[in-house]
Design a protein around this ligand. Sequence first.
Ligand code: AHM
Ligand code: MG
Length: 333
Amino acid sequence: MENTITLKQHLIAEQRAGQAIDAHLIDLLDDVGSACKEIHDATSHGALYDVLGSADVENVQGEVQKKLDVMSNEMFIRRTEASGNLAGMASEEEDDVYSIPSEHPRGPYLMYFDPLDGSSNIDVNITVGSIFSIVKCPEGVTDPKLKDYLIPGTEQVCAGFTLYGPSTLMILTTGNGVVGFTLDPGTGEFKLTHENITIPDDTSEFAVNMSNQRFWEAPVQKYVQECMDGVTGERDKNFNMRWVASMVGEVFRILTRGGIFLYPFDTKDAAKPGKLRLMYEANPMSFIVEQAGGVSSTGRGRIMEVTPDAIHQRVPVILGSKNEVNRLISYHK
Ligand code: AHM
Ligand code: MG
């Protein structure tokens, strides 16, 4: 029978094969899978569960939360806080880092997550997703404070995202390549369907929010203009453009057929050097993209090497097919 290896079975097999995956990480990812199944249930029922629309509250970043942002955040926390695998967590939807309540045991990991990425797409029924990143809690720390969370992306032991699209799919790396699991609606289990995911080195597809063009720096202006010029310009080939407005959707497309995704530095708002957040969006996606053979950069350096100074810190993001990302990096030099 095909497609019978579940997420947990896959992780156990990897552990037995000598990978640095311990029982806590396996159990934690099983809990994350359960949270994602709950979010899948809520998103797929949509209006039937009365989960669409705004929650009429703002998060710390000044964004109005959707009902599903709030619910997905609760689902992530409730499913993962009690099992003794986490020392703490940080979420896009929580102002501060989240301390594990004292009635629960604490474990060796910290998790950063965006419970529902692309949530402006919920009400128009376009793919959204959950993103997560896991690191070891610093040695000797049992009650982590903000400073203990400010760990660069190079220290990630695991990163993943789950897409709630036509099918629900979890993409995962534990530092040994990238795999994907499709949620089987019949059995309710994530089953291994995508092995050894790799990004083609070349592409002729780019993804960027063109409405921000006037705020970009010169290197990005030049790169995108050359793509637009197609066969009549410098690149001598035609490009295609996509913009889903859900990073999870863009990254999965790039993992499937290549491409370059940009949310570059812009001058739209001086307080925000780019839109995407380092700890729970850019770092986990960078780990996955690099593990799939792609490149992920701010334009001036590797995203995973950025030293974090805040949980909700923003960072410019350029990621995808190696040769295109490297070309744009060279324009920054
Ligand atoms: P969110 O976490 O509030 O959903 O914001 C992140 C999303 C990304 O998924 C996507 O790449 C970007 O915001 C879209 O931004 P824009 O509104 O410029 O299209
Ligand atoms: Mg997000």
